[in-house]
Structure formats: structure tokens, C-alpha cells
Design a protein around this ligand. Structure first.
Ligand code: AOF
Ligand code: ZN
Length: 369
């Protein structure tokens, strides 16, 4: 049978629920599941913290006996493999669910189509592809890492009304208001890692943590592109490195003579001692760093600037989503120009949304993958 009018409404609820654990399920996707019968929600769940249990068995347990004959809405195809938990498709069959509605099919080699087949073979009606664009958006990190072994990259920029992201020699300049800032902290909470260049790390002395009350433990891994290891030992990033991990990414291979090489090794040892991990990577090829991050299980990366770092990722065609927060003030003289403006976003991006946060506006652009 074909999709029904209420399908999108309940799938939207499942997708909304799935977002709750974004960035908190390790390499597992955060999936949402809603069990519905006669228009009533009998159970709902999101993949547990750390990635297990999966969403479906939790939602089924909540619905209990009543799940018999019900419809399950799942943002990702139910799994068919025996991992640390039995297949979710099997649980849906065992509870006697009559119909399963899926948003996105699972690219995981162990599942990919098999979950749907298992359900159909058991006589369950299956519809897939409901709200697929929204579902893929919510699962973007998981899908990118599964298919390309790299994190999904979001570039976030705060720009003034005259298109600047800061002022030469002035450290942090207030460009957007409190509501936008809270919004950015939410973005941090949803990301596995956050990245800035050494210029920003030195001039702004940012902490790059999530400081929303109650969400402090959601702070992502903090990464600084730091060619020559100049990260200040007294700065906030290094001082908090034992609490919230920091990686300094140095150039590889280093092109120093013996003296500078010694100094580099000394700085490396000092960062090590402060709890900062030093990683070396070919910085001319940011894709190499992204692959290393993908291999360690990082599925989503938030790039927060500055201009040079943003340009580096844009030039390598490694930005998947752009968020432009624009405030009402003008910076004028000595302004640092934003690497992108609303008017010159690369053609491969689509404008997918606009929000207002107090006096600021935020435009969202994404490109498909
Ligand atoms: C679901 N529901 O809530 C999630 C699924 O390591 P494992 O055994 O937990 O398996 C990880 C895979 O399970 C992951 O790659 C993806 O295919 C699926 N995740 N599946 O049915 C869920 N999180
Ligand atoms: Zn599962």
C-alpha cells in the first residue's frame, strides 16, 4: 500500500526525536522511532547515549503488547545484523508490528536493504523514503562517515552587516547577539568536533565548549589547525584540555631546519604535557585530516573560523553546509572580510532556510551528497 496522509506527521516526530541525541551516540546514528496505532502514539524512543540500545527495541518495550498491529515510524532502516544487540527488524517482527515506515535506507554494508527485506519476508508492510530529505539532514554525519569516511562539515560564520567577521588586532568582536550565541552553543553540542585555525585561537582565546546550562557535558572534541604549534600554553583551550580534549594539528612534513625543529619538538612536548594531543597532517590537503577524523569515529565537524581556515575548507570543496549568522552592526575600517557572503555562496549550495534570532538573521545553505 502507498504512504498515507499521516505518515509525514509521525515521521516528522520521529526525526525530531532523533535529533535529541545528535553527537551523543558515538559512531552509531541517532535514530528516532515512534510506534503508532489508530493515531495514538504508544511508544517512542531515540538511540541511547553511546549508541545502544537502538531506538526500536526501546520504543517497542514502551508500547508493549499494544504494538501488535501498530505502525512503527523509524528515521533509519531497522538493522538486520547481530551486533552487540539482536537485529531491530527481528524485534519489530516479534512484537507483531503490521507496518514499518522508514525515512532513510541504511548504507551500512551489514544492513543496506536487508532490514527492509527481513520485514517484508515476515509479512510486514514497508514504506521507505518518507521525508527523506529531512531524514538525511538529521543523519548527515552518520551518512557522510559511512559513505566517505569523513565527517559532515558545517561552516559557521558570524558576519556584521557590512560583511566582516572581525576586526584586525581586536580579538573577539561582538557581532551577533545572545540568542544567536546560544544557538551556536547548541550546534556545538550536536557536533562531534569543532575546529578553528591558530589565528582565531590566539586572537580570540576561545573556549569552544558548550556552556548552555545542563549541556556542559556535551562539549565536542576541540581541534586547532596549528601548523607550527603556536597554541598558547596559558590560553583557555590548553588550560581546559584535560577536561575537554584538544587536538593541535601541525603540518606534516614539517619544513624546518634543525634549530626550528628542536623548538618545534619542545613545543610539542609542552603541549603533550598539558594534555593536548598533537596530530600531524598535510595541511595543504584538508581532506587528509578529515579522513583521519572519520577513522577515529568523528561524524560531524563544526568549522568556526577564522577566514583562512574557512577558505581552506571551501577551496578544497570540503564544506557541506554553511550557516551565516548576520548581525545588525557595522565594523567598517580594519574589518576582516568574510570568506563568503549570502551574495557569493558557491553555486553548488542551496539556500534551505532562514531564521531570526533577536536582531540577527541566520541563513542556512547545504549541498547534497
Ligand atoms: C537501528 N536503530 O537506533 C540505530 C541503528 O554496532 P551496532 O551493533 O550498534 O550497530 C551499528 C549499526 O546499527 C549502525 O552502523 C547502523 O547501521 C545501525 N544503527 N539501527 O535499527 C538504531 N542506531
Ligand atoms: Zn538496530
Amino acid at each position: 500500500m502507498a504512504p498515507r496522509p499521516e505518515d509525514e506527521r509521525f515521521m516528522a516526530a520521529a526525526i525530531r526525536l532523533s535529533r535529541r541525541h545528535l553527537g551523543l551516540t558515538s559512531t552509531n546514528p541517532s535514530v528516532g522511532c515512534v510506534i503508532v496505532k489508530d493515531g495514538v502514539v504508544l511508544g517512542s524512543a531515540v538511540t541511547a547515549l553511546g549508541g545502544r540500545p537502538h531506538a526500536e527495541p526501546q520504543a517497542l518495550a514502551e508500547a508493549g503488547e499494544a504494538a501488535r498491529g501498530a505502525t512503527a515510524y523509524v528515521s533509519l532502516e531497522p538493522c538486520s545484523h547481530y551486533g552487540r544487540t539482536p537485529p531491530c527488524a527481528e524485534a519489530l517482527i516479534a512484537y507483531g508490528v503490521a507496518r514499518v515506515v522508514i525515512s532513510v535506507t541504511d548504507p551500512d554494508q551489514r544492513v543496506s536493504g536487508r532490514g527492509i527485506n527481513m520485514l517484508r519476508e515476515a509479512g510486514i508492510e514497508v514504506d521507505a523514503g518518507i521525508l527523506e530529505t529531512e531524514g538525511r539532514r538529521a543523519l548527515a554525519g552518520y551518512l557522510m562517515r559511512q559513505t566517505r569516511n569523513r565527517p559532515y562539515v558545517t561552516l559557521k560564520l558570524a558576519i556584521s552587516a557590512d560583511g566582516m567577521i572581525g576586526k584586525m588586532g581586536e580579538g573577539q568582536v561582538r557581532i551577533t547577539g545572545d540568542i544567536s550565541r546560544a544557538q551556536v552553543q547548541m550546534l556545538r553540542a550536536e557536533s562531534d568536533a569543532i575546529l578553528v585555525g591558530i589565528g582565531t585561537a590566539i586572537s580570540d582565546d576561545p573556549e569552544l565548549t558548550c556552556r548552555l546550562p545542563g549541556l556542559e557535558d556535551r562539549s565536542p572534541l576541540r581541534i586547532v589547525i596549528d601548523e607550527n604549534l603556536q597554541l598558547p600554553l596559558g590560553g583557555k583551550l590548553v588550560r581546559t584540555a584535560r577536561q575537554y580534549p584538544v587536538i593541535a594539528v601541525a603540518a606534516n612534513p614539517p619544513s624546518f631546519d634543525d634549530n626550528t625543529d628542536n623548538a618545534f619538538m619542545a613545543r610539542r612536548a609542552a603541549l603533550d604535557a598539558a594534555g593536548v594531543e598533537v596530530l600531524q597532517s598535510n595541511l595543504g590537503e584538508p581532506g587528509e585530516l578529515l579522513e583521519a577524523l572519520g577513522t577515529r569515529g568523528i561524524s560531524s565537524l563544526l568549522v568556526e573560523g577564522g577566514a583562512k581556515t574557512a577558505r581552506r575548507f571551501l577551496a578544497a570543496d570540503l564544506v557541506d553546509r554553511i550557516l551565516l549568522f548576520q548581525g545588525p552592526s557595522h565594523i567598517g575600517k580594519r574589518g576582516i572580510e568574510s570568506p563568503v557572503l549570502k551574495s557569493n555562496i558557491p553555486a553548488s549550495f542551496m539556500h534551505i532556510g532562514e531564521s531570526r534570532f533577536g536582531d540577527d538573521r541566520c541563513d542556512e545553505f547545504e549541498r547534497g551528497f
